[in-house]
Design a protein around this ligand. Structure first.
Ligand SMILES: [Zn+2]
Length: 264
């Protein structure tokens, strides 16, 4: 018999009394982190939010299945988005604001007695990633478990699609596939189908010191091959993203358990 699919619990949909009654000492809070940023002429500005929410939901369901209760927090949509800041609709805030809000959320979640905060991040702007790493380091100094698998680093990125690994990982086949799986109503499909591929690596552009999508060779704010996207690939990628975050959480909790045993 196929086990009944479990829906990830959304903290924002609970009442405070339901939140009070969660076994918080065992429960992991999952924070999706996205951006409001240009994603080609075919995807919505909130693409990274949609991807992060899907990753968080999948991770929470996997953790629940493995006996680690999880709740999903509302997505954090505002962050640093310097590469896209020249495009209409992009909202980019200062790195200090991002590090502060993520750090404050971690402290609040910790103060509420949750076991850990796990970040489901889908936005790969280098300044944004630096904010999340800084927040993780501050949390560690405060004794807070903050789990953040950076998809641009080993071993995680190696499990994602070929296009992602090529560095052409913005609004191309990889991200467009996920939006086709999650919110096909938001994909401008006739536009998408006619887009020529832009096989330029953002990873290489960042290494060369380029600072914007325009400088990196993406005048319409996409890289990769949106026309090759499929909902099937997107659904597969969402499962992989959820698995990555669930594994990162399990590894961290196992390590924390060992530490606690060593120094009670
Ligand atoms: Zn994106």
């Amino acid at each position: 018999m196929i086990p009944e699919a479990r829906e990830a619990r959304q903290l924002a949909e609970m009442t405070w009394e339901e939140a009070r009654d969660i076994d918080r000492g065992r429960t992991v809070a999952v924070l999706p982190v996205g951006a409001i940023e240009a994603h080609g002429p075919h995807l919505p500005l909130a693409t990274d939010c949609l991807i992060a929410e899907a990753m968080a939901r999948e991770a929470a369901e996997r953790l629940d299945e493995r006996g680690i209760p999880a709740v999903v927090l509302p997505v954090l949509p505002y962050t640093r988005a310097g590469f896209a800041s020249g495009f209409s609709g992009t909202i980019s805030v200062s790195p200090s604001a991002v590090a502060a809000i993520v750090g404050d959320i971690a402290r609040s979640v910790n103060g509420q007695g949750f076991r850990a905060l796990a970040i489901a991040n889908a936005h790969l702007d280098p300044e944004h990633l630096a904010c999340l790493h800084a927040a993780r380091e501050t949390a560690a100094e405060d004794g807070i478990e903050l789990v953040f698998p950076d998809l641009t680093q080993r071993p995680w990125g190696g499990r994602l699609t070929e296009e992602f690994r090529s560095g052409a990982c913005h609004a191309g086949q990889y991200e467009t596939s996920i939006v086709l799986a999650e919110r096909p109503d938001l994909v401008r499909d006739d536009v998408r189908a006619a887009l020529p591929a832009v096989p330029r690596s953002l990873t290489a552009a960042i290494r060369e010191g380029l600072r914007t999508f325009e400088e990196a060779g993406g005048p319409r704010a996409y890289f990769g091959d949106p026309a090759a996207a499929t909902a099937e690939e997107g659904a597969r990628t969402v499962r992989t993203l959820g698995e990555i975050l669930a594994e990162a959480v399990e590894a961290r909790l196992a390590a924390a358990g060992t530490r606690n045993l060593e120094s009670p």
